[in-house]
Design a protein around this ligand. Sequence first.
Ligand code: GLC
Length: 750
Amino acid sequence: MKRLSLLLVLMAVGLSNGFAQNKESLTLREDNIEAIIAAMTNEEKVTLLVGGPGDLVPGAAGYTRAIPRLGIPMTVLADGPAGLRIQPKREGTDQTFYCTGFPTSTLLASSWDPELVETVTTAMGNEVLEYGVDVLLAPGMNLHRNPLCGRNFEYYSEDPLLSGKMAAAYIRGVQKNGVGTSAKHFAANNQETNRLENDARVSNRALRELYLKNFEIAVKEGKPWTVMSSYNKLNGEYTQQKHGLLTTVLRDEWGFDGIVMTDWGVKDNTVKATKAGNDLMEWGNQVEIDRILAAVNSGEISQEELDRNVRNMLNYIVKTPHFRGYKFSNKPDLKAHAEVARKAADESIILLRNENNTLPLKGNEKVALYGLTSVDFVGIGTGSGEVNTEHIANMQEAMKMAGFTLDQNLAEYYQHFYAQQETVQKMERNNRWGYRNIREEAELSARAIYLQAQENDVAVYVLGRNAGEGADRVLKDDFELNTTERELLQNLSSAYHALGKKLIVVLNVGGVIETASWKHLVDAIVLPWSPGQEGAHAVVDVLTGKVNPSGKLPMTFAMRYMDIPSSKNFPYGQSASGRRGERKDVDFTNYEEDIWVGYRFFQTNNVEVSYPFGYGLSYTTFAYSKPKVKADKDGFTATITVTNQGKVAGREIVELYVAAPSGGLEKPARELKAFGKTKLLAPGESETLTMKVSAYELASFSEERSAWETAAGTYQVLFGASIDDIRGTATCKMKAQSWEVHDVLGNPKE
Ligand code: GLC
């Protein structure tokens, strides 16, 4: 008997050792995730759900935690939408780690060219890979609900289709490098004021048709490795804790199979976030580990829920360069990427005004270059969306490099003014996050301007606005011009026009500003937004005609701020007065305008705008012909022929709008349902563009039935050069179809 029990004991010890041995030797592979989960302790599992410290890539935003026992590496997460954001210099080495400052998202969207965007982010993703980062925390893609949102430069458009297609292309380009992206901030993070607590109160229709629609397109067509839940609440519940949003809609309805990470702050309720489907808490700290572990031990978080999130994390980790042991070089080809950045800006800059063919310039003019921003050029913006570039080109150097002769006295005047301003700005910038750079402008007497007009051939005024994370813009001296800017414009216009000379304005801005009150004073307006480190060169490429501008507006320029429907429910940077929790537009924001955002409101209601959605000029003109629409099994296929009627080569963006049959749900008069961009057409050359639209893409959202519905009837198909400039029409009959979805997003409080 003794021998038997001894044998049994030896066997048990052997087994457990073997098992332990097996546990010890178990190393994560793509094909043994379940075994790894089985081998992990709950303590180990929980650490995988909470970000941790790291120093492998100085300046990276965050890390996931390693479990060396099981061959699970840490991974590296870094910002941002306009390029990788890491520290450019490190202790102990002379090597630098600069990154390329590509055009910001609003400028990329102005190209209306998903292929271009994919080219840009293929280069961007290479820098992510070669600097040892696993996930780029981008694209930023919240809708431009209101022009005063401080982070609009990081986002694309007022329209969810354009925004979603741009984001999907962005994701594909980055991920071609075998690194990940993070579609952010999911969802309804459309203001910076009190962003950590603000409750966005949005109808289900506005959510489905606008604020979630771009994410739906990006997830389905881009397949991002990760999604970042936003700081804010949505209909009374933090998005990071909203099971209906993060699991039911994102995963069950849209098929998302990656990980959801939080935005960078301590959670209001880590346990609820874990249960909701938020797999990773960033930046992550011990209190979150403790909370999750306690909830697992108490059963508040079930073993299935814990293992589900761990499984998502392991499926993410095995895709990463760190897991694959990629030997990153720290030497991406920044020179080549600078060229990519310049070409992308070339293809995206918008020409808003060009009276009497003021542009292009001949190139030999003596130029009086005005504006602080002609020296302090706004390449990107502030906050986590900024990029540490080696250089941001400015307009003085770009104009000189292109061969222009600048008025040297004036150039030096602005250099001195900038030097003095820079000191002021540095002081401001260092003392608080959410730095709002309200630009001073140097004053110039009418007398001085009159003399300069005598000595120069043309005036170029670079008008700048910076913006960034942590603060929304304001009306005064930001959306609207400040007094000095207005006087300068007036005096430039009078002096140069008195001599039959031209005045050109360059809007180097992070977001929409007021233009209606002053655009008649100037002969041409070029809009590069914040075009990246090479953007000033791209502006000059357009001014000289080296590039024929082909960008078009991804949002509306209203006549005045108060015309914008959301202006009644948006913070003006007001101080957070009143009792916490009850401050309109600060503690909560009622999206009262519902779906009536941008052109959906202005065009439907025939409200005059300064520049309409989809508007942009060229140095040539295009004719549209042979508009055709053919029903196919899943919707319709539309074709239109575009011919270059002018004397210079150019590209044309065609916007396909659809006017649904009347009756049933109240709908915008027309909505963007597809778009295309021709190749560079030589004078006289034509191209036929083909655009497909599915029945589902035609659907509107019925809250009553919690379903997408495509009504039966005849649909008007409108081929536009802009929302207001329809160049061809056709019709298509559709039968009724509907797609039910879960009613899990809550409702705005009354
Ligand atoms: C910030 C931003 C987010 C960024 C993250 C990491 O708070 O909201 O866009 O990716 O933190 O820096």
